[in-house]
Ligand binder design. Structure first.
Ligand code: C2E
Ligand code: CA
Ligand code: CA
Ligand code: CA
Length: 275
């Protein structure tokens, strides 16, 4: 039994060594990824529920790693946050999306995810201002998506930064609402323009009474605070019908469009042809 224990120990030690090495290579590769053009942005449509019109797109980052193929953001963004690489990556994302949005014939909104590390960087507000100036887009078209967890590291600093970017005319959305710790006080303390309800709350809303009750409560909260609500992760017609019946303003999800290269959405970004 003793030697067996040692074998198990060796096994875990070896597995851990592999994990550490794997992580080091990812960290290393991440630092070079921008320069090598390995990042791409996909866009997912955001729809106005009562009209069915696409009113904006959320930009979602993908990393095409030469050896590993597509690495999902949930895998590499935490590493980029720990190493600080997220600052350069986030800057690239912001610049790319605003440049892309400047090409659209329709002045649709573009939503960009902002990490806690970016939000707490002293240079962030200036970066937003510079990127807006470079691209020439109307600032109200840019929406920054920020999670509650991104606020709690240093709330005073986060508030100061958000105040500066809001003064530029940019909109701020609370992302993944309902999954953080202090949702309600954050809605009052920070200058949000929109609530994005996390996709765990829309799933099967049509058949689950508790889920429906939570959705109605959040929609009521939005109405009371004068903030539009967007439901994330809408996958079925029944879920969308629920949102329509409950007067939810906006929706996003696989039912309405999967994240894809912007070329696939040209019908929305272009003005209809004459004639
Ligand atoms: P998020 O901001 O909550 O983005 C929504 C995620 O839900 C996306 O995953 C999207 O593909 C997925 N999704 C959309 N509709 C549906 C649906 O109907 N059903 C299901 N099951 N999923 C749906 P993705 O693209 O893998 O991104 C994961 C997370 O990575 C994002 O969550 C965001 O937190 C982060 N992320 C993505 N791009 C960026 C970026 O440019 N910067 C930063 N800082 N974070 C990013
Ligand atoms: Ca988001
Ligand atoms: Ca979200
Ligand atoms: Ca999320």
């Amino acid at each position: 039994a003793k030697s067996e224990g040692r074998g198990t120990y060796r096994y875990f030690e070896a597995a851990l060594a592999v994990q550490i090495r794997d992580r080091r290579t990812l960290e290393h590769d991440l630092r070079q990824a921008i320069g090598r053009g390995e990042f791409v942005l996909l866009y997912q449509p955001q729809m106005e529920v009562d009209t069915g019109l696409v009113v904006g797109f959320e930009a979602l980052l993908r990393w095409n790693h030469p050896g590993r193929g597509s690495v999902p953001p949930d895998r590499f963004i935490p590493i980029a946050e720990e190493t600080g690489a997220i600052l350069a990556i986030g800057e690239w994302v912001l610049r790319e999306t605003c440049r892309e949005a400047a090409r659209w014939e329709r002045p649709l909104r573009v939503a960009v995810n902002v990490s806690a590390v970016q939000l707490h960087s002293p240079a962030f507000a200036q970066l937003v201002q510079d990127v807006l100036a470079e691209s020439g887009i109307d600032p109200v078209r840019l929406e920054l998506e920020i999670t509650e967890t991104a606020l709690i590291r240093d709330p005073a600093r986060a508030l100061a930064t958000l105040g500066k970017v809001k003064a530029l005319g940019v909109r701020i959305a609370m992302d993944d609402f309902g999954t953080g710790y202090a949702s309600l006080s954050n809605l009052r303390a920070f200058p949000f323009d929109k609530i994005k309800i996390d996709r765990s709350f829309i799933h099967a809303v049509d058949i689950n009474r508790e889920t429906a009750a939570i959705m109605r409560a959040v929609l009521g909260l939005g109405r009371g605070l004068g903030l539009p609500v967007l439901a994330e992760g809408v996958e079925t017609g029944a879920e969308l019908a629920f949102l329509g019946a409950e007067a939810c303003q906006e929706a996003q999800g696989f039912l309405l469009g999967r994240p894809a290269p912007i070329e696939e959405f040209r019908e929305h970004t272009r003005l209809p042809a004459d004639g």
